[in-house]
Design a protein around this ligand. Sequence first.
Ligand code: HEM
Length: 432
Amino acid sequence: MADEWDSDVRGPISDFDPFSDMYTAETAMDTNRRLRRCPIGRSVGHGGFWTLARHADVLEGFRLDGRELSARHETLDDGTVLGGVTLPPTSTHLGMIEQDPPIYTPLRRSLAQHFTRKAMAARRPRIDALASALLDRRIESGEAEILDDLIRPLAGIATLELLGLPLEGLARFAYPVHSASHDLSKADGLRRIWSSLKADIADVIASRAGQEPRDDLIGAVSLLEVPDWPPSTDFVVDTVFILLLGGVETVTGLFSGTLQHLDAHPEHRARLAADPDLLDSSFHEYLRFITPTTQNARTVLADLEIGGQEMSRGDRIYLNLYSANHDEEVFERPDEVILDRSPNRHMALGHGLHRCIGEHLAKELWTSMMVEVLTRIPDFAVVPGEAVPIVERGLNNGFVSMPVTFTPGAPRHLDDTAADDVSRALLSLRDM
Ligand code: HEM
């Protein structure tokens, strides 16, 4: 995979392209295994990039983040192009996540207060009520589509509420995010969808002008303060955009991947149903195993060496999280799910400076819907041959759709308000 040497590219040439046939649902695990065995190689596609595939190398990359490596997305005065946090770079700036210290530090500190374990645990009763209302709508029929009926609206509604966007905006705000986001190499489709979403976010922010700031995330983002760096309106919109982008599809990928695995492993399903305390470690083990966000990217700011390979200012780096999370040097039986794996040094939520701010929200959402499924439709079965995986693994892992059947049950009608809110949100999807 990286056995030639080319002096022009200063290292072994690799044929690795995460947006090609070598990185699909069928081939990615095998490709990663080969990448981990080879020296760090440089691919020429997508503007050229180094791939870090071993756990130790990805960890080192994260250790250098914000100093020798940059998350920024802009062209510097000396012409160095910084490509942000994805490979290839997105057509749009992603706000806070594409900043380095010192500007980044106060931004992260301010927003982190809204995502603490305690703040997210306080949202759990509402999340449980929404999850229960969503399953109520399907339970009598004995069939459901796991993504559209259950987890995507749950993650979507919870994210809209956190941000302070209207529930009727489920179709407008939370769903355009998923429709084309798996293959960043198809830039045109993404550019169109994302620009229209950002215009909608800008309208909401503009409509709040002159009002008292509200106690929600849009309010918090609008009030962000950085010494000598007043955030522009575009930056505020971009940061709201990344909060939407972060919340919905990642949780959907994790949950659908978990159910597919439980469908194929009844022994795991039985263990989880019998011992809900296992959900804690299982959340991290499924994160590791599935790795819903399979890559992060950075740009080299100062010449450096990682894994024995020298890299220069301006070089792009692909941090292969999916591979690092299956590295046999760190994880025993890496391609198996071990529900109580400990320690579990996965990097599915990133690591260090930009580690996922939404971890606790993701955990509440996943756990809440897992409890619903394990207690109310414990005999669910994925309809054979009907689950459609995300084929391109360059950016995301999970499923596009997953129909299941189960023994019909009775609705619980736990919370009328949640049921009405769910109806209102889902109504907005009718015209999609
Ligand atoms: C299973 C669910 C999730 C996964 C796998 C995931 C994955 C990640 C990863 C890998 C990063 C690091 C990015 C980097 O370093 O370049 C990250 C950061 C981030 N995530 Fe998540 N995420 C999840 C859920 C969420 C949720 C629910 C939200 C919010 C509503 C969210 C919002 C963010 C934001 C804003 C960042 C940037 C943080 C920063 O730059 O300080 N994520 N996430």
